[in-house]
Design a protein around this ligand. Structure first.
Ligand SMILES: NC(=O)C1=CN([C@@H]2O[C@H](COP(=O)(O)OP(=O)(O)OC[C@H]3O[C@@H](n4cnc5c(N)ncnc54)[C@H](O)[C@@H]3O)[C@@H](O)[C@H]2O)C=CC1
Ligand SMILES: O=C(O)CCC(=O)C(=O)O
Length: 455
């Protein structure tokens, strides 16, 4: 009886926090979606630990510690001055300096950076590394810009951002539209402004100036390592499986690479225009040449491999029959209909490499149909985990080999898997990795907040 009562109190508390947030943030749908997914899964925690409610932990954790919004003015190649909007949401510093990527994409707004920053708190906690949660970016579109334009934009962006970041304060990294080239320009400008060399201020740097080996591969490899653990539960592995990976950027490329190394056949990948299907298995060298070398469209794959097909609608990638689906492109790319199609086509496991790639309705379909589900904040945590290893190497002035970093990454992903599983079991939701990851990530931050007083 006591448990039922506590459950009721916990759900009323969560409803209260969510309803209030919904009223004040109705214009931020992605942010509300991310909050909803997490806070309702914390019900068993609040039912068991009522002191968390007295400490108003939910009300505090949904509110970012700081949001910085700024103008970014820069000159294009024709000499015209362009203006974009920059953001940095410093969400939580309870367990370490703010940490999270920067996204350059025309869709970036406050709702997007807040959803990403909120997720980052729990993801970073799960890694076991001492890093708080943050995210940032700009509505700047790198597509079609020259290297000089990208450089001028990054310099203008950092000229404002540098006031709020530092190796012990806030350590950005890359995300959509921000790769090694952009990180190099941002880092160069930070050092120029500070008249110093501070490698610990940003991660994702090239290894020749303070970056970590295996950071580039970490998110994609990590997602596959996590799914590999999950598959062991049904006595399966990647060997012989047919896999679909959406996107063809950083996360997708290295998810494809690791899945192939483990014996899977990856038959489809995409970009924001459309997807390619290659029943013989995607040739990753061709994809890397198109995307990493020439920054061209994925459609060009069929010029080199005419037996493959191209479909002009990226969301249709989920019509391709597969055993394992790895959404690695962007948020809400799998809706209810696509989820249902995956199930009808016999998918066994879904591993989220992107942040929030499945809508809440899609997630409900996965659970109703008992497919294995690796939620983003656990499955894609390998990138930020290796960023934390990059910070550690920078502090110690050490440079670990690829194998050392990859081994640590594997250990971290296995720990995240085990901790999520154990938390799910402890709080009465065995095998639900979504609830387990949210609870395991939350409790560490919640206890740190309590220990540090009312701040
Ligand atoms: N880079 C990292 O270390 C991490 C990235 N992520 C997440 O992974 C996802 C991908 O990020 P990155 O690979 O870094 O970005 P990226 O910029 O390297 O690649 C993004 C790719 O997605 C494609 N794309 C965009 N919208 C699409 C759509 N609707 N359908 C199909 N393809 C689409 C783009 O054409 C591009 O190929 C994002 O959700 C990001 O937040 C998560 C953890 C770490
Ligand atoms: O490496 C990092 O600091 C951030 C990676 C990131 O933005 C993410 O995990 O979504």
């Amino acid at each position: 009886m006591v448990t039922v009562n506590n459950d009721q109190i916990a759900i009323e508390y969560i409803d209260g926090v969510y309803n209030k947030l919904q009223q004040s943030h109705s214009h931020e749908p992605e942010f509300l979606q991310a909050v909803k997914e997490i806070i309702y899964s914390l019900k068993p925690v609040f039912a068991q630990r009522p002191e968390y409610m007295k400490m108003s932990l939910l009300e505090r954790i949904v509110e970012p510690e700081r949001v910085v919004k700024f103008r970014v003015a820069w000159q294009d190649d024709s000499g015209k001055v362009q203006v974009n909007r920059g953001f940095r949401v410093q969400y939580s510093s309870a367990i370490g300096p703010y940490k999270g990527g920067l996204r350059f994409h025309p869709s970036v707004n406050e709702s997007i950076v807040k959803f990403l920053g909120f997720e980052q708190i729990f993801k970073n906690s799960l890694t076991g590394q001492p890093i708080g949660g943050a995210k940032g970016g700009s509505d700047f579109d790198p597509k079609g810009k020259s290297d000089s334009e990208i450089m001028r934009f990054c310099q203008a962006f950092m000229t404002e951002l540098h006031k709020y970041i530092g190796p012990h304060e806030d350590v950005p990294a890359g995300d959509i539209g921000v790769g090694a080239r952009e990180i190099g320009f941002l880092f160069g400008q930070y050092n120029r402004i500070k008249a110093a060399y501070q490698p610990g201020v940003i991660t994702g740097k090239l290894p020749r100036f303070g970056g970590s080996l295996a950071r580039k591969e970490a998110t994609g490899y990590g997602t596959v390592y996590f799914v590999q653990e999950m598959l062991k539960e049904i006595n399966e592995s990647f060997e012989g499986q047919t896999v679909v990976v959406s996107g063809s950027g950083n996360v997708s490329t290295y998810a494809i690479e690791k899945a192939q190394q483990l014996g899977a056949t990856v038959v489809a990948c995409s970009d924001s225009n459309g997807f390619i299907y290659d029943p013989q298995g995607i040739n990753l060298d061709t994809v890397k040449d198109i995307k990493e070398v020439r920054a061209a469209r994925i459609k060009e794959y069929i010029d080199v491999h005419p037996h493959a097909t191209y479909t002009e609608n990226c969301n249709k990638i989920w019509t391709v029959k597969c055993d394992i689906a790895l959404p690695c492109a962007t948020q809400n790319e799998i809706d209810e209909q696509s989820a249902q199609l995956l199930i009808t086509n016999g998918v066994k496991a879904i591993g989220e490499g992107a942040n929030m790639p499945s809508t809440l309705e899609a997630i409900n379909i996965y659970f109703k149909n008992n497919v294995l589900f690796a939620p983003a904040k656990a499955a894609n945590a390998g990138g930020v985990a290796v960023s934390a290893l990059e910070m550690a190497q920078n502090s110690m002035r050490l440079f670990w080999s690829f194998e050392e970093v990859d081994e640590k990454l594997q250990e971290i992903m296995i720990n995240i898997y085990n901790n999520s599983r154990e938390a799910a079991k402890e709080f009465g939701h065995e095998n639900n990795l979504l609830i387990g990851a949210n609870i395991a990530g939350f409790i560490k931050v919640a206890d740190a907040m309590i220990a540090q007083g009312v701040i």
